[in-house]
Design a protein around this ligand. Structure first.
Ligand SMILES: *[C@@H]1O[C@H](CO)[C@@H](O)[C@H](O)[C@H]1NC(C)=O
Ligand SMILES: *[C@@H]1O[C@H](CO)[C@@H](O)[C@H](O)[C@H]1NC(C)=O
Ligand SMILES: *[C@@H]1O[C@H](CO)[C@@H](O)[C@H](O)[C@H]1NC(C)=O
Ligand SMILES: *[C@@H]1O[C@H](CO)[C@@H](O)[C@H](O)[C@H]1NC(C)=O
Ligand SMILES: *[C@@H]1O[C@H](CO)[C@@H](O)[C@H](O)[C@H]1NC(C)=O
Ligand SMILES: *[C@@H]1O[C@H](CO)[C@@H](O)[C@H](O)[C@H]1NC(C)=O
Ligand SMILES: *[C@@H]1O[C@H](CO)[C@@H](O)[C@H](O)[C@H]1NC(C)=O
Ligand SMILES: *[C@@H]1O[C@H](CO)[C@@H](O)[C@H](O)[C@H]1NC(C)=O
Ligand SMILES: *[C@@H]1O[C@H](CO)[C@@H](O)[C@H](O)[C@H]1NC(C)=O
Ligand SMILES: *[C@@H]1O[C@H](CO)[C@@H](O)[C@H](O)[C@H]1NC(C)=O
Length: 667
């Protein structure tokens, strides 16, 4: 017993004197890493300029860099951890300015061997099975640039103190206190591609850990970002290794360390900024251009790319469960986090429900970060067919800007649901003002302005934007009114999701009865001219304050076009106007709108004007031709009948009306 104790003492004194006498460094400084003796693994490298690059722009990679020799952190007399201090300058240069990779961490660990660890959100430190296990003996300060709900991350830009786990014990949005009296820190963006400095200081006596962040070159802020009481004695074994770890995911970044100093029992030496290497710069390489050049030249490359695509596709399919896929990453700025939308709409509460449209429920929301008012539309998409193309289109559409289009801000996908985020329109949809008796009547000037506005929005979709966008579902309920009662067309392009890639034999044509052009039901092919047809019906609807098809008793329906045609034949076309307008209207404009509406709703596609012409007529830049008296004559309808028009009768519809009666009217 006594001997044993004695032996222990002897061993202990040996260790202590050894520790003191060896040249084991307990302080070091690297102003740039040229020639530095570090233990690197994974994708970590030291560049010719002396930059410690933990990861480069390769995807799903990990990199570690450790000081090669172990450090003794403990006072063996009583087992407490010594004070230590370290500072480093780092930079995260991500390829995409908005969407980065996972971040990097300063690490103090029992081992330099992290070969069992996972990259991505595990930062190359842990894996699914050992995350959170106290046998890890890993202390880390993470600079985390991705929000991982599984680790209860606070956001995608925070500094965290991690003990044996990526679920941070403490974390705070990246920033610094400009001075001691500041109540709140000034925010910093970790992925801003700028150099920043971190100080990690531990007071062994007070057991206090301070973490401070600041942009370079700024003197260390007096008030640390995080200042926590923590006993590291059970976390630290003796000896420990100090270094860095980082990982990339589907998006990539250069995670770099420019300089680093460390000191046990004292303040780490200041870094000399003038000696630090520069951060890499991102060249704006147009990938597609590169491919265009390379592909025709090297067919071998093509094979490699095809294999990669197969692998990619397989992974893409396996990742079905996740509603975020690699191909979506380039749409970073257009993607919203579900969490934000959930918060914005107070959990998609019924109270926030604005309405239920053809494609799904629409909720009002206020984005937590920007306080921007938005409308969030939930669209279910069971079929994944065409989804990718559709998202691409959504993003294209999101880049369309026109004062008569409801701005699509972005999207989010989750569990077979697509959430589309639109600019919020305070006055709701036009149909409410036309049919809801509790709403005030819109005067003619407003109605005419709305018609002209929607026409110019549609013209923009048809002709003026980069690619032709066919709306497919123009109607009063898809026209929204902003706070100045300007008409804005919503839901454009959405119909495409539903008939994309479907069998032409069984295609369910998207659109609303009464607005469907006859040839659309026959061929199933939406065109700009089928949009014009629907726009014609819309004009009649706004002028008359009536729905395109109204039921009038059993098996009876009133077709708006019929009524207008009847009045037109009698020479009293304006008599069909909305009675609520009274005499407060401009006769010429009313006549123009009604006649143009008829012309646009002409059963024969070639008789309809283009949207450009429509806009010209509405603005008085061109004179509307007189309608031909054969408009909707029996011969026209018969012609259509002979042309397989009977197909109409089998058209599946919940509406009481079939499109055939729209056309057969007006005889
Ligand atoms: C990243 O570094 C690795 C090894 O250092 C190298 O093989 C790879 O080509 C680099 N990738 C990029 C995209 O630079
Ligand atoms: C690097 O450091 C390790 C551990 O201290 C040592 O064994 C090795 O010889 C050093 N290498 C060089 C090139 O200095
Ligand atoms: C370790 O702790 C003992 C007892 O508190 C103290 O006397 C000694 O100075 C400490 N050693 C070091 C290296 O701080
Ligand atoms: C997790 O990491 C530990 C420590 O590196 C390793 O021993 C273990 O095999 C890893 N587990 C898995 C499932 O990779
Ligand atoms: C923690 O890791 C140790 C050693 O790998 C293992 O024996 C133990 O079961 C783990 N504990 C938990 C809770 O996973
Ligand atoms: C905080 O750190 C301690 C170790 O000191 C650990 O046991 C605990 O689980 C951590 N708490 C959280 C919330 O991660
Ligand atoms: C800093 O960022 C946090 C989290 O993103 C945010 O809540 C806060 O409003 C920001 N502060 C400023 C001044 O922008
Ligand atoms: C940590 O910060 C607090 C508050 O600013 C300060 O009082 C303390 O001295 C700091 N400790 C260390 C080790 O830097
Ligand atoms: C251990 O020794 C250190 C250094 O002298 C001292 O500051 C600390 O309070 C001691 N801790 C305990 C638990 O005795
Ligand atoms: C930083 O390095 C430069 C270049 O070697 C030197 O002239 C300067 O004195 C250094 N500054 C400090 C504060 O050490």
């Amino acid at each position: 017993m006594f001997l044993n104790t004695l032996l222990c003492f002897i061993l202990f004194f040996l260790r202590q004197s050894l520790a003191a006498s060896t040249t084991e460094p307990n302080e070091f400084t690297f102003n740039g890493f040229t020639g530095a003796n570090l233990t690197l693994d994974g994708f970590a490298s030291i560049t010719s300029t002396g930059l410690l690059m933990l990861t480069n722009t390769s995807k799903e990679k990990v990199g570690h860099a450790f000081h090669p020799s172990p450090l003794y952190f403990k006072n063996l007399t009583n087992g407490t951890v010594f004070s230590f201090s370290t500072t480093f300058v780092f930079g995260i240069v991500s390829e995409d300015p908005v969407f980065s990779s996972f971040g990097l961490a300063f690490v103090i660990s029992r081992t330099k061997d992290f070969s069992g660890a996972t990259g991505s959100q595990y930062l190359g430190l842990f894996n699914l099975s050992n995350n959170g296990n106290s046998t890890n003996h890993v202390f880390a300060v993470e600079l985390d640039t991705i929000l991982n709900p599984e680790f209860q991350d606070i956001n995608d830009n925070h500094v965290g103190i991690d003990i044996n786990s990526l679920r941070s014990n403490w974390s705070y949005t990246a920033g610094y206190y400009a001075d001691e009296t500041s109540m709140y820190p000034t925010n910093l963006s970790l992925i801003s591609r700028k150099a920043m400095q971190v100080w990690v200081e531990y007071d062994g006596e007070e057991m206090m850990l301070n973490v401070t962040l600041a942009p370079v070159p700024m003197a260390k802020p007096r008030k640390p970002l995080l200042s926590e009481t923590i006993d590291l004695s059970s976390v630290f074994l003796d000896p420990m290794f100090v270094g860095f770890s980082s990982s990339t995911g589907p998006a990539t970044a250069f995670h770099c360390v420019l300089g680093w100093s460390f000191k046990m029992n004292g303040a780490a030496e200041d870094l000399n900024y003038s000696l630090l290497p520069l951060l890499p710069s991102i060249k704006s390489t147009a990938k597609s251009k590169v491919l265009e050049i390379v592909l025709p030249i090297a067919s071998a490359a093509l094979v490699v790319i095809m294999i990669a695509m197969v692998v990619y596709f397989v992974r893409w399919r396996n990742k079905y469960a996740e509603d975020l896929e690699d191909w979506e990453l380039e749409y970073g700025p257009h993607r919203f986090s579900y969490k934000d939308l959930f918060k914005a709409t107070k959990g998609f509460k019924d109270k926030e429900l604005l309405g239920i449209g053809g494609f799904g429920r629409v909720y009002k929301g206020v984005l937590p970060s920007s306080k921007l008012e938005v409308a969030v539309k939930k669209v279910s998409h069971e079929s994944r067919q065409g989804l990718r193309e559709f998202i691409a289109e959504v993003v294209t559409i999101g880049s369309l800007r026109h004062r008569n289009l409801v701005q699509l801000l972005g999207y989010c996908r989750r569990k077979g649901e697509l959430l589309l985020v639109y600019d919020f329109m305070s006055n709701g949809s036009l149909d409410k003002f036309l049919y809801d008796q509790s709403k005030p009547t819109l005067d003619w000037a407003t109605r005419f302005r709305i018609i002209k506005g929607v026409a110019s929005g549609l013209l923009y979709l048809h002709e003026d934007c980069e690619q032709i966008v066919i709306h497919r579902d123009i109607k009063a309920s898809n026209v929204l009114l902003d706070n100045e009662f300007n008409g804005r067309l919503g839901d454009f392009g959405l119909a495409k999701l539903y008939d994309h890639g479907a069998d032409p034999q069984t295609t369910n044509i998207v659109g609303t009865m009464g607005y469907l052009a006859p040839e659309l039901a026959r061929t199933g092919k939406a065109t700009t001219i089928t949009d014009v047809f629907a726009f014609g019906t819309f004009m009649l609807e706004v002028a008359c304050g009536r729905r395109p098809v109204e039921s009038a008793g059993e098996d009876e329906s009133l077709v708006l076009v019929d009524l207008v045609v009847k009045n037109w034949r009698r020479g009293t076309v304006v008599a069909i106007r909305d009675p609520r307008l009274g005499e407060e209207y401009v006769a010429e404009e009313m006549e123009l709108v009604l006649k143009l509406g008829l012309l646009c709703s002409h059963p024969l596609p070639m008789a309809r004007p283009s949207m450009r012409q429509v806009v010209q007529y509405l603005q008085g830049d061109a004179t509307l031709p007189e309608l031909s008296p054969t408009y909707l004559s029996i011969s026209v309808v018969e012609l259509l009948h002979n042309d397989g028009f009977d197909d109409f009768m089998s058209y599946p519809s919940s509406s009481t009306m079939t499109a055939a009666s729209v056309v057969s009217g007006g005889r």
